[in-house]
Design a protein around this ligand. Sequence first.
Ligand SMILES: [Zn+2]
Length: 704
Amino acid sequence: MKRLFAAALSFVAATAFAQTNPFFNPSPLPLQAPPFDQIKDADYQPAIEEGMKRQIAEVEAIANNPDPPTFENTIVAMEKSGDLLTRVAKVFFNLAQSNTDETMQKVEADESPKLAAHQDAIFLNPKLFARVKAIYDQRNALNLDAESKWLVERYYRNFIRAGAQLSEADKTTLKALNQEESTLSTQYRQHVLADTGASAVTVDNKADLTGLSESDIAAAAARAKDRKLEGKYVITLQNTTQQPALTFLKSRALREKIFKASSARGNHGGPNDNKALIERLAQLRAQKAKLLGFSTYAAYVLDDQMAKNPDNAIKLMSDMVPATVAKANEQAAQMRKLAGFKLQPWDWQYYAEQLRKKQYSMDEAQAKQYFELNRVLEDGVFYAANKLYGVTFKERHDLPVYNPDVRVFDVFDVDGKQLALWYADYYSRPNKSGGAWMDTFVDQSALLGLKPVVFNVANFTKPAAGQPALISFTDVSTMFHEFGHALHGMFSSVKYPTLTGTSVPRDFVEFPSQFNEHWALDSEVFAHYAKHYKSGAPMPNALVAKIKNSQKFNQGHALGEYLEAALLDMAWHTLPPDTGLQDVNAFEPAALQRYNIAMPLIPPRYHTTYFSHIWGGGYAAGYYAYLWSELIDDDAFYWFKENGGMTLANGQRFREMVLSRGGSLEPAAMYRAFRGRDPIADPLLIERGLKPADTKAPAAPPKK
Ligand SMILES: [Zn+2]
């Protein structure tokens, strides 16, 4: 009786809610694209709350089902649960990164710990786990297809990793740690965003900006105007330690000022300081790992990755340290000679650019005139995808977007049928987190009948009104990179939502994206997009050659700052659970010393206090993944080189064996099937300029 009454009440409430909240029902738009024109900030919190409530009810019904557990009534039923929560969370958490405001930040702070508790309520439900385990134990006798069987194994593993086998007391401790972690992570992210905005450098005189292009100066003036600093110039910061302006700014004093503002983020006291958060986060993650039966947090994370354990990841990196440091030192000596004085870290990019001009007579500013964003997109990124996979793209203007800068494209498959929707949000905004990323608004799943709605976000400088968006070759690579992730999401052809698209281990997920970067430099593709923004003239051959030749330039710096950050991540996450709170400013230099990579002129790509990947995102003990994936993507690219390059047949094979498979089988096995062997390191070393290009790849080992 009581139950019925409660159910009736919530039905009434739900009906009233449905009339006003756009998340309550699936979007009526094509492919269930989010109805951004209907969504208000006030819709998020009630939809998240209602979504959690509904999913808990669904999960309770599964856990308490009087029928014996079956794949259908347990695993498939779980896969179908939580549709409202998924719908709202996909939009909310993505926009909280790319287009946030005070209301959303408040909702994020309120809801993040509740969502952590919600996850725990599912994964630590003993009745539910008993059903999952029963199915897992008899999985070989169930006559499941390969994807379904793998799904059962994933479920079992996910429950164990979430703590399903812990005692009730330990579960209680774990739940508290999870909620604390999610609260601290959210605060960390919000601090970084706020402090990055607050650390923008204001310049009074145009003369101090000598070296920047006219369009960069115009953009800096426009940003000052936006901030009511009429007549001045504002240099905003990007998320990394090094800042693009340092490559060009002639004023050493201004370079120093920008560099110091960048490096001090989250580390200068005040409301946005991150040190206390970090100290506690590192400690609580170690405590979590111990509860779950691992010696360190990194050991816990890597147990479920291709690398398997921290030693394997650290070895891949440590092996590259000596050659990297040597390369960096060699270049530092050349730059010092050029400058005529002892360099500081804020001088590196500037003198690297001078040296590059001298050695390759190559000039970034000149090159940029051939990289107009829209041409790079349509004649480069899309063109390469068409050559390899036969897909085509058409911009549409009838779907609502969350910001006027966002563009929407239909993606059509070889047969002309719609495959996906793709959104691009390329320009930097004060309310957008730094960096570039891909995610989805809707994930592909045959079970749920959903096609993918995928997007890319970046932080390219928005040109002043009427100016073309001329980007650097680094930005070009970023576009190809993020689009590689997008293809992984759009080509997904799996049954279950848990296994969709990019739901693969961290150290595999950067493989499709970094693989796609290679095509930016493919001769045919490059010639197709690198045309002068005004005249449309192709880039002169001499400049093309210079760009290609200079790709290996400054690798000591690029790889050095990366290895520092990735090893720093490992140092923080290999702390034993009983070590107390660490002093951030003492820990960081000591860790770099320990890995023999302390380079005074080359600071880590991210200092600990603004390393959002590891404290605010999903890359804790996972920043090494870029290098691990690079090993695979270079090796895969060499397969293309050995087999006729950019052809539809090769692309089709790669799509079929890798890009469409999502997380539906073990990544190492997936790769081995594609390549005919495990990946080897030679292509990576050659591509990084750490090994001569004429190195013969060893023949494939005999198949085991
Ligand atoms: Zn990526």
